[in-house]
Design a protein around this ligand. Structure first.
Ligand SMILES: Cc1cc2nc3c(=O)[nH]c(=O)nc-3n(C[C@H](O)[C@H](O)[C@H](O)COP(=O)(O)OP(=O)(O)OC[C@H]3O[C@@H](n4cnc5c(N)ncnc54)[C@H](O)[C@@H]3O)c2cc1C
Length: 431
């Protein structure tokens, strides 16, 4: 083989697709796809949190959606605040709030004492960009829930691209005049059938003549010998001139001899794990909405979503719906020790308590947990990530993918990175 790719998630498989050479992709799990795998509950397919395809880069988006038949859907996302739905993004629907809270959000946005300070943390960025009202009511509690990390200790890399909403839009929103924000996400695409894993199937099908994917393979050691990368596994030794890492950095470093300072930097890279609870119910009060963000600290989940929204093949027949609840947790934190059974019971209780699904209406549940879900941009993220990646790059190991680069990359960004890397390796890059 010319090239070994470690990890058959979207990054590894899209890279194999774009490369014009023979590759072997080594994957630990039985099924390739990583975070883009899908699962079924009574024949209804769901993802690891619904994976919507959208992008600011129209050329990448069309490259992705030509791989598999998709539905084009208009976003219908809400924030569930005090037992009512506020349209997402929150600042575009202040009218849905009670008058005192509406005024609080609007006034603090228009006359914002934090406006002219530099923002060095995520929390400072929220206060500076949205004002105290929107920050305290929605952004701060929601972000604390999803990250399980205080936004005062996170940097601004994730949020600095969020544009400040135009004043006129926020004023209109408080008056009840509809406006839309985050327009590049207003429409999204989703595979017509089979969940997001269809994308993975499509990539595998289109690369089979030049790519060998080996699953259930445990990588033991990686070393460089006589101009060749050697990857030892229980299934034998793989050798190639080029080695590309698309699996999490933490996993890669387990297989390499690295200096202590690099190991320490890698150990300090923080991330979240996630539980996905799928439940099927006879009826719900979520309406025609897709994703619902839940800042309420009394509910264990930060986001719920209705799978039925994604098209006719995702709907239960003759009645009922399938709903996902997402619960993040930091490995080794108190929540990591709570058993899956207890998580499911809490989810059911919280749905009932906040009035979205009655406990008696729930028919079936399922829970799946995934170790690497979200990169946490803590204040040392940039320094530690750069240190590890620089060391690997000096060794000659190229990294591509969400946990391989240790960045918050969505599917479009993963495609973009693998396309760019493939162009360099194929010798067709103009950069
Ligand atoms: C809850 C959630 C919701 C999301 N929603 C969206 C969305 O709506 N839209 C969007 O665009 N993106 C979304 N994403 C992001 C999307 O899932 C990622 O961008 C993408 O799947 C990352 O692909 P990857 O190949 O880089 O990483 P991964 O999918 O993590 O792949 C890494 C691969 O490496 C393998 N591996 C790990 N250890 C080893 C080992 N020791 N040996 C061999 N292989 C190993 C893993 O099994 C896996 O297959 C979401 C992510 C999450 C967590």
């Amino acid at each position: 083989m010319d090239t070994i790719i470690l990890g058959a998630g979207l990054a590894g498989l899209s890279l194999a697709y774009f490369l014009n050479r023979k590759t072997v992709v080594l994957e630990k799990e039985v099924v390739p796809g990583g975070l883009c795998r899908s699962f079924a509950l009574n024949d209804i397919v769901y993802d690891i949190g619904p994976h919507a395809l959208f992008s600011k880069n129209s050329s990448i988006l069309s490259t992705i959606i030509q791989l598999t038949p998709t539905n084009r859907l208009r976003r219908s996302n809400k924030v569930y605040y005090k037992n009512r739905f506020v349209k997402y993004p929150f600042e575009n629907d202040l009218y849905a709030l009670d008058p005192p809270e509406r005024e609080y959000c609007l006034k603090e946005f228009l006359v914002n004492p934090y406006e002219n300070y530099p923002a060095n943390t995520m929390l400072q960025f929220f206060l500076k960009t949205f004002g105290e009202g929107i920050t305290k009511i929605y952004l701060q509690p929601y972000n604390e829930k999803i990250w399980k990390f205080d936004p005062a200790f996170m940097d601004t890399q994730m949020v600095e691209r969020i544009p400040k909403p135009p004043k006129e839009d926020v004023i209109k929103s408080a008056q009840g005049i509809p406006t839309e924000g985050y327009l590049h996400q207003l429409y999204f695409y989703y595979p017509q059938q089979g969940g997001i894993q269809q994308l993975i199937h499509a990539l595998i099908e289109r690369t089979q003549d030049k790519t060998e994917i080996i699953t259930s393979v445990g990588i033991e050691q990686i070393f460089f010998e006589q101009g060749t990368w050697c990857v030892t596994t229980k299934q034998g030794v793989f050798r190639a001139a080029t080695l590309i890492n698309c699996m999490p950095l933490h996993e890669l470093l387990k297989c390499l001899e690295v200096p202590e300072d690099v190991r320490r930097a890698a150990a300090a890279l923080r991330y979240n794990s996630i539980h996905i609870v799928a439940l099927q119910c006879l009826r719900d009060n979520i309406g025609e909405n897709f994703a619902v963000y839940v800042p309420d600290t009394k509910a264990i989940f930060h986001r719920i979503s209705k799978v039925d929204f994604l098209g006719k093949y995702y709907c239960r027949v003759p009645e009922g719906s399938t709903v996902l609840a997402e619960i993040t947790y930091r490995p080794n934190s108190y929540l990591a020790d709570v058993s899956p059974e207890e998580i499911v019971c809490t989810v059911i209780r919280d749905f009932d308590r906040i009035g979205l699904i009655k406990e008696n209406d729930i028919v079936t549940t399922d829970i799946r947990s995934f170790h690497y879900a979200y990169v946490i941009y803590d204040l040392a993220h940039r320094e530690n990530t750069d240190k590890v990646l620089q060391y690997l790059s000096d060794l000659g190991i190229i990294c591509c993918g969400r946990f391989a680069e240790f960045e918050y990359l969505n599917m479009d960004a993963v495609f973009e990175h693998s396309l760019r890397l493939a162009a360099v390796l194929n010798g067709t890059s103009h950069d």
